[in-house]
Design a protein around this ligand. Structure first.
Ligand code: NI
Ligand code: MN
Length: 221
């Protein structure tokens, strides 16, 4: 699987299908100017830095969107084809399995209600946990035990999500082979040192921290 980081919480996972997660691209000051053509879009919650360009990309390429019930209702009203789901459930879309997990955060769209925030475990030969925006919570250990993700994509920016102290403990609860930090250095409010995060993780568990620059990819076999 090729995991490409497009900055903030946006990743493209390319294996049998191309899955785009939280496509905050056109308004993201650090996103690379690349064309993304996904098969499926996954949205963790309604905040603009996650919902991002979902409507434009889904319309342009006719791809389906997987998101929590309330976000799906919003998107369906805009003519987007959605796969509604909720936490604890799994849905297979074009052979890719999406399990929706807990996230401790808030959610809204343009200030209106958008249900709850979530994370995803996405399985396309390789299992990837995208934590969404979240605080640290103890049941991350269960996510690790149940779904055995090989990769965990964890927010480290602080202020709106976990910082490095909390995210390092998250890594030690989940115990993936690889951790890739996200949701940092997009704006000064979430400035963070991924190197310090890497040192903290090394002190707690054997997971390898892979630090990407926006636009860079990591290949996992
Ligand atoms: Ni958020
Ligand atoms: Mn966010």
């Amino acid at each position: 699987m090729q995991l490409k980081w497009l900055g903030h919480s946006c990743f493209e996972l390319a294996e049998t299908k191309k899955v785009l997660i939280d496509p905050y691209i056109s308004q993201n000051p650090v996103a690379p100017k690349v064309e993304v053509v996904p098969d499926i879009i996954a949205v963790t919650h309604g905040h603009a830095d996650h919902l991002g360009d979902t409507v434009d990309i889904a319309r342009k390429y006719g791809c389906r969107v997987v998101s929590i019930h309330e976000v799906s209702k919003y998107l369906e009203a805009m003519g987007i084809q959605c796969e509604k789901m909720n936490k604890g459930g799994t849905v297979a879309i074009e052979g890719v399995r999406f399990t929706m997990t807990e996230a401790v955060h808030s959610s809204s769209i343009d200030g209106g209600s958008a249900g709850c925030p979530a994370g995803f475990v996405i399985e396309d030969n390789i299992s990837v946990y995208h934590a969404g925006d979240t605080a640290l919570f103890g049941d991350m250990r269960l996510i690790g035990e149940l779904y055995r993700p090989e990769v965990a994509l964890l927010p480290i920016g602080g202020r709106y999500t976990m910082g490095i102290r909390e995210a390092a403990i998250a890594a030690s609860l989940i115990r993936p082979r690889v951790v890739i930090p996200m949701h940092y250095n997009t704006t000064p409010a979430i400035e963070q040192s991924p190197e310090k995060f890497s040192e903290l993780v090394s002190s707690l568990c054997p997971s390898e921290v892979v630090i990407l620059k926006p636009g860079e990819s990591f290949e996992l076999r």
